[in-house]
Design a binder for this molecule. Structure first.
Ligand SMILES: NC(=O)c1ccc[n+]([C@@H]2O[C@H](COP(=O)([O-])OP(=O)(O)OC[C@H]3O[C@@H](n4cnc5c(N)ncnc54)[C@H](OP(=O)(O)O)[C@@H]3O)[C@@H](O)[C@H]2O)c1
Length: 355
């Protein structure tokens, strides 16, 4: 049981990111002081939305400069904080060197942040933004899991540096965090395991998250011939921010939490937008057959290998979100609302244009 004093500052790593920005906004709206660790505190393009969020809230924000690969970089931001949110980790699929671009920042970054937590005696709890990617690689893993669904007891054993290295980086980083948590008694670790995060970005023009690419891909014509019926989980970014908040301030919170709103698939994520946007945007309307994807997938997109298609297309994604509902009191907004709000933000920002 860890009681966090709400008058103490709260630290967030990678504070400008897609997910972290909503976590920061939630903390500010609750009147807290946020120590926001970012790579470049002078880059106002990447931070203005947080400065605005602070100005419109009861809270306060202070920026600190830190990089995941610099030992001790997060220590100054952590001083005086009882609660640390570690969200920074590269989320990109377009990489050349998975070791350097994904695994090192994810794993060494986690080690770096937690080493500082060991040194800064005010720290009582660390909430790590892990991922369902640390639980599974392909939709088939959900079906093959004990009881036919993902639970917090399941670990990803199928990703590797050569196959889905992002999932591998998240698995190794979360394992490192648990190892370091168990080696000390000063702070406890609570882990968020969200699937694909969707919802309106607070800084659409400068968001690097792959989540943006998925929303864009559905509306920019890339899927006008159809979308693969590929099983995925989805959570709304605002619900995920709420889960982070509750994970931080619920004394009895412990262990991993699958923070997932919906067991769905890529096709449904597109077709759910049809009633509102179908006239004006080339949204997918039907499923692309698996045999066709096996033929053309590997040519059109290097991530669509035959192995990936075999293990994901026409396979449901099933996860059990009952622990987050029961222990954190989570409820999840409808998928339609999440997808429409995301899509509308990209239209408003000129990122998606009518056909
Ligand atoms: N979006 C999803 O669907 C999803 C799903 C499950 C879990 N997650 C997890 O959520 C977290 C945030 O992801 P996101 O979607 O919000 O992606 P994002 O917008 O790209 O945010 C990533 C953050 O990490 C920071 N970062 C990357 N490399 C860094 C480095 N070497 N040193 C310091 N900071 C670094 C980025 O800083 P810069 O802006 O300076 O690059 C950015 O603030 C990640 O841990 C991700 O694995 C995301």
């Amino acid at each position: 049981m860890v009681e966090i004093d709400k008058t103490k500052p709260v630290m967030v790593t990678g504070a400008n990111g897609y997910v972290a920005s909503w976590v920061v906004k939630k903390l500010l709206d609750e009147g807290m002081t946020v120590h926001a660790a970012v790579r470049n505190p002078d880059d106002t393009k990447k931070l203005q939305h947080l400065i605005d969020a602070a100005a419109n809230s009861k809270g306060e924000i202070k920026f600190f400069k830190a990089d995941l690969l610099t030992p001790g970089a997060y220590k100054a931001a952590m001083e005086g904080c009882e609660l640390v949110y570690h969200t920074a980790s590269p989320f990109t699929l377009a990489i050349k060197d998975p070791q350097k671009e994904l695994i090192e920042p994810a794993v060494k970054g986690t080690e770096n942040v937690l080493n500082s937590a060991n040194e800064v005696k005010s720290v009582k709890r660390v909430v790590l933004t892990s991922s369902c990617a640390a639980i599974y690689t392909d939709a088939i893993d959900t079906v093959n899991a004990p009881g036919g669904k993902l639970t917090e007891a399941v670990w990803n054993t199928t990703a590797s540096i050569n196959y889905q290295p992002y999932s591998y980086s998240k698995t190794l980083a979360e394992q490192k965090a648990w190892e370091m948590s168990k080696a000390q008694k000063q702070w406890d670790l609570v882990v968020m395991n969200p699937p694909a995060v969707m919802g309106p970005p607070l800084n659409a023009q400068n968001t690097t998250s792959e989540s943006m690419n998925i929303i864009k891909m559905l509306g920019d014509g890339q899927m006008k011939m159809g979308a693969p019926k590929m099983g995925v989980g989805v959570v709304d970014i605002r619900d995920l921010a709420e889960a982070h908040f509750r994970a931080g301030f619920t004394p009895a919170a412990s262990g991993r939490y699958i923070v997932s709103g919906h067991n769905t698939d890529l096709l449904e994520m597109g077709t759910i937008l049809l009633p509102k946007y179908g006239d004006k945007f080339p949204l997918p309307k039907k499923a692309l057959p698996k045999w066709l994807l096996m033929l053309i997938g590997p040519i059109t997109n290097k991530l669509f290998t035959r192995n990936f298609i075999r293990n994901n297309v026409d396979i449901p994604w099933i996860a059990d979100n009952s622990k987050a509902k029961k222990e954190l009191g989570m409820t999840f907004r409808p998928l339609k609302e999440t997808m429409e709000d995301s899509f509308q933000t990209l239209i408003n920002e000129g990122i998606l244009k009518e056909k």
